[in-house]
Design a protein around this ligand. Structure first.
Ligand code: SF4
Length: 295
């Protein structure tokens, strides 16, 4: 474990795939901060950090993590920064870290759409090669009920624009997001959107309620009916069954998941469905998810 002599504004989150990366905080919190299910940054007021502070952190991180070749930009949607703000940050990372392999961040589709094609290519050429995007669902009704601030159309537009610039994406879908009432449309439309965008990475998380059911219901604008674990598996099965993608690497290994799944959706779809079927067979109908202790 390294001692990191920089002051993070806590709490700080990173995707599981960035466990070996240097974490550079360029924004504080999430500029949107309104999604009904998300409590990650509700304790923070969104702000951007001054370049001089970021530059100082890059210098320190590059010294401590001298062998590290990946940098993750935090917080919630660091890609909200304009290209004019991101470019000097990426240049400084390249200057200080040397042979950088990949810079990545969380992003919202709207953050991509507001950048020009040339800006996206410039960012990619400076090492910004991967964006993590929680699209959560492909169903417009559900996106509205959770107050995502995006639609099927805006999501496809943003992600396609990133892909056309050579930036890859890692997409997150939330199993159980709409509860029993919206489960079918959530699974089908989420498969449709993944089929359209064909991301490099796809992961499913399971809806968590760190502050309890009542709190979630007070933020969700629809009729939320909690699903049992068996129903969550059935929704996941419907989603996977309807995927028709090329070489997408799939993971369901978040702490919120009741079933760990890993595979390539081109080669391993039948195997993944068999694993889900087995989980459905072996799960009692009256078992409900517990509130996890990770938030
Ligand atoms: S955009 Fe992402 S980080 Fe921000 S509130 Fe929504 S889920 Fe949370």
């Amino acid at each position: 474990m390294f001692f990191v002599p920089i002051q993070y504004n806590e709490p700080i989150f990173r995707p599981p795939g960035e466990a070996q990366s240097a974490i550079l905080q360029v924004t504080i919190g999430c500029s949107w901060n309104k999604c009904a299910f998300c409590e990650m940054y509700t304790s923070k007021k969104f702000s951007t950090r001054p370049f001089e502070q970021i530059k100082s952190d890059i210098e320190k991180l590059a010294k401590i993590y001298s062998g590290v070749r990946k940098v993750f930009l935090a917080d919630g949607d660091a890609f909200v920064l304009s290209a004019n703000k991101l470019i000097p940050i990426l240049e400084e990372i390249n200057n200080q870290f040397g042979k950088i392999q990949r810079i990545s961040s969380y992003a919202l589709p709207k953050d991509i759409i507001t950048k020009s094609n040339d800006e996206l290519i410039q960012l990619k050429n400076l090492g910004l090669k991967l964006l993590y995007i929680g699209i959560e669902s492909g169903d417009d009704k559900l996106l509205q009920l959770i107050n995502k601030g995006e639609t099927f159309k805006s999501t496809v537009e943003g992600i396609t624009k990133a892909h056309n610039a050579g930036i890859e994406t890692s997409i997150m879908i939330i199993n159980g997001l709409g509860g029993r009432k919206y489960s079918h449309q959530h699974a089908i439309r989420s498969a449709e959107i993944i089929n359209q965008i064909n991301p490099k990475f796809l992961s499913t998380l399971t809806l968590s309620m760190p502050f309890g059911l009542d709190h979630f219901e007070s933020r969700f604008s629809g009729d939320y009916q909690q699903q049992s674990i068996k129903e969550l598996f059935e929704e996941l099965k419907l989603f996977i069954e309807n995927l028709n993608v090329n070489n997408v690497i799939y993971r369901s290994d978040h702490v919120s998941n009741n079933l760990i799944l890993k595979g390539n959706l081109s080669k391993d779809k039948a195997l993944l469905l068999n694993q889900i079927d087995e989980a459905i067979r072996n799960t009692p109908a009256n078992l409900f998810p517990e509130t996890p202790a990770f938030l």
